[in-house]
Design a binder for this molecule. Structure first.
Ligand code: NAD
Length: 425
């Protein structure tokens, strides 16, 4: 279904964004989704095997095992920023585990959502997979359905509402949320290489990526040089961003206004704003913000756009404390070639996932669990972790030919006394 509709998918998303390069849709949605399907098809038989478990001495010679069973019907609520990957990625895991699913895609990508509905109804029975389109009211009604599991990808604030709605049905949830994912540069690391990784992670999809580096922590004294490297990398990466469409648009004027206001707030508070010289036409240009005060919106809320604050630090402890004063982020990017420094940073700040000396790539590893921690979410999926998340691990015990436990009583006698004395030691 996906392979046969690649062009239509890229065109629909491009139209919904008012400009998104088809290469971004291929590289960040279609390719990883097909990879996930391939990985799951290859390994599913093994993941499904019953798992033998240890049996303690008093229950020998019994046997114990875990059987992975479908949960039932999985609800999937997805956001607009990667509308294909974040609706069908969870679906791969849900179907692999033997479930049926209902998907509620975002109202902010109406062309894609209609295409998804059509594709799914052309390829699957409605009682196996159903797509429900609509706005917030439909989303609210959807999250109140008595699913056997609900996987929600979106903002932390809506995640709270979804969990509340699910609670009334005792529906377990997986929440894939957002947050302020930091990139930390240690003094030893090449600014050139870090700038390349950060430009890719931050400005792809115009920063509208849940795991994009939200801000960068830089050792004092390296800010100007780093800003310069970012600028020159941007000029190489997006030579004709506005006209050729190599650079994405912001999804709505509302989102754009929020970004403009946040940058203006920082400027008025004394921050320096830097932008590359390229022609970005009507698109929101990549923006560096240096020395914004900590209480600015840009350093408080998730940015979710092509605006990169640079925050300087004197000591690593100071950098770690800056991260820890904020809610637990979805991702963290650590740039250092020194193993001790990497360990200090990993030990000193919590995040859902990490890429070392790069950005974004932990999400692309089929065998790593993907998910947040604290305010950035709960529960992880992808590959075998997703299979497990959407399965019920059913415990099964079978006594052996001799079921010693049953000889202990009642009525309780000497044997029970001996067993209590020996086993209770
Ligand atoms: P959003 O929370 O506004 O919307 C997500 C979905 O929730 C949409 O389908 C929407 O219709 C639905 N929804 C809206 N109100 C609802 C309600 N009251 N009850 C139930 N459902 C409701 O998020 P968004 O703007 O589409 O996406 C951006 C956010 O998503 C960012 O915070 C980003 O970090 C996060 N995100 C996280 C991941 C991840 O994998 N962790 C991936 C992408 C985006």
């Amino acid at each position: 279904m996906v392979d046969g509709n690649r062009d239509a998918i890229a065109r629909a998303i491009d139209a919904d964004f008012g400009g998104r390069p088809w290469q971004e849709t291929e590289l960040l949605e279609i390719v990883p989704l097909l990879g996930a399907i391939r990985n799951t098809s290859r390994h599913l038989r093994r993941w499904m095997h019953d798992e033998r478990r240890d049996v303690a001495l008093p229950f020998q010679p019994g046997s114990a095992w875990v059987r992975h069973e479908p949960l039932g019907v999985i609800g999937i609520i997805s956001p607009w920023n990667y509308p294909l990957f974040l609706s069908l990625g969870p679906l791969v895991d849900a179907l692999a585990a033997g479930n049926r699913a209902m998907i509620k895609p975002s109202e902010l990508t109406p062309r894609f959502s209609e295409l998804l509905k059509r594709m799914v109804s052309d390829h699957f029975d409605a009682d196996l997979i159903a797509v429900e389109t609509g706005g917030v009211e439909v989303a609210q009604a959807f999250s109140a359905l008595p699913f056997d599991h609900l996987i929600f990808t979106g903002s932390t604030s809506v995640g709270r509402k979804v969990m509340q709605a699910a609670a009334s049905n005792l529906t377990p949830v997986t929440l894939e949320l957002g947050g302020k994912s930091p990139a930390v540069l240690a003094p030893d690391y090449s600014l050139d290489k870090a700038a390349r990784s950060i430009v890719l992670g931050k400005f792809t999809n115009a920063g509208q990526t849940c795991i994009a580096p939200d801000y960068v922590l830089i050792p004092a004294g390296q800010t100007d040089a780093f800003a310069h490297k970012i600028m020159s990398r941007l000029e190489t990466a997006y030579p004709a961003a506005g006209s050729e469409g190599g650079y994405s648009n912001i999804i709505t004027t509302g989102h754009r206004t929020r970004l403009t206001e946040a940058v203006e707030e920082a400027r008025n508070a004394g921050a320096t704003i830097l932008r590359p010289s390229g022609d970005y036409g009507t698109k929101f240009p990549p923006t560096l913000v240096v020395n914004a005060p900590e209480e600015c919106l840009l350093l408080r809320d998730e940015i979710f756009g092509p605006v990169l604050p640079i925050v300087t630090y004197e000591t690593l402890e100071e950098a770690l404390s800056f991260i820890s004063r904020r809610a637990r982020p979805l991702s963290m990017y650590v740039f250092t070639n020194n193993r001790r420094t990497a360990k200090t940073i990993l030990d000193g700040a919590i995040s859902g996932g990490v890429t070392l000396n790069g950005t974004l790539l932990h999400v692309a590893q089929d065998d790593l669990p993907f998910g947040g921690v604290g305010a950035s979410g709960m529960g992880a999926y992808h590959g075998r972790h997703g299979f497990r998340r959407m399965s019920h691990a059913r415990s099964i015990f079978k006594p052996g030919f001799l079921n010693a436990f049953e000889f202990l009583g009642p009525p309780f006698g000497k044997l029970a006394d001996i067993a209590i004395r020996i086993l209770g030691r």
